[in-house]
Ligand binder design. Structure first.
Ligand SMILES: [Zn+2]
Length: 221
């Protein structure tokens, strides 16, 4: 990862907050407690970057494979940009070719997740960050993008395992950010204003997918 401005800004804000909290608690006579308090609280402050760990995923069971940082922008969602949308894509290629493309700094696009035909989920960009996948800045900033392995003109590529795994993923995203489970908020790439992309294509079964998302949303996590 390259040098970025955001962490520096974050450090400065933490510094200010450390002074504030430190001062108040020192007056109350417990500098040690102030440090503990600070460790718990600083990341809750809007505009302060959350701690990140290498390889951490947002969806239990997902495998982490980092995308090239040329294909996304560091952010602090949902504090800087609210997330109110999931955008569904189909890769138009194999899983491996999609991973390779998202690792390529020249590709200029990537989604947060790729769901394989066998239901395996790979995360390549944190939900905190803005992935370049919708071809529309506003939609990129407010959405999580999910690729599905296959071709839009091959209905047999859209397997049950893939629908089910993707629906569980989308249901968890909707739960995390309080996104309504409906077709206003769960859309296809083709529905993004200004796009020339057609995915997920005519064979994507929206009725089935939305039913599965609703089921997964109401099932115990
Ligand atoms: Zn797409």
């Amino acid at each position: 990862m390259g040098q970025r401005k955001a962490p520096k800004d974050g450090d400065r804000k933490v510094g200010r907050r450390a002074l504030l909290i430190g001062g108040a608690a020192a007056a109350a006579g417990s500098a040690v407690r102030a440090r503990d308090e600070l460790a718990r609280l600083w990341w809750r402050t809007p505009g302060v970057e959350k701690p990140r760990e290498e390889g951490e995923v947002d969806f239990a069971g997902a495998r982490w494979v980092a995308a090239s940082d040329a294909n996304w922008r560091r952010a602090d969602r949902p504090d800087d940009f609210g997330i109110d949308m999931v955008i569904v894509h189909v890769t138009q290629g194999s899983f491996d070719s999609a991973v390779k493309a998202f690792q390529d700094p020249g590709h200029k696009a990537a989604t947060h997740y790729i769901v394989r035909q066998d239901g395996h989920v790979t995360q390549m960009i944190r939900e905190l960050d803005v992935a370049y996948h919708a071809g529309n800045r506003d939609y990129n900033e407010r959405s999580v993008g999910i690729e599905h392995e296959g071709f839009v003109d091959r209905p047999q590529d859209l397997t049950d395992e893939m629908y089910e795994a993707s629906a569980r993923l989308t249901a968890r995203i909707c739960a995390r950010y309080d996104i309504p489970v409906d077709r206003e908020h769960i859309i296809g790439h083709v529905e993004v204003p200004g796009t020339d992309h057609t995915d997920p294509g005519p064979h994507w079964d929206w009725d089935k997918y939305m039913r599965l998302v609703r089921q997964a949303r109401t099932a115990p996590a």
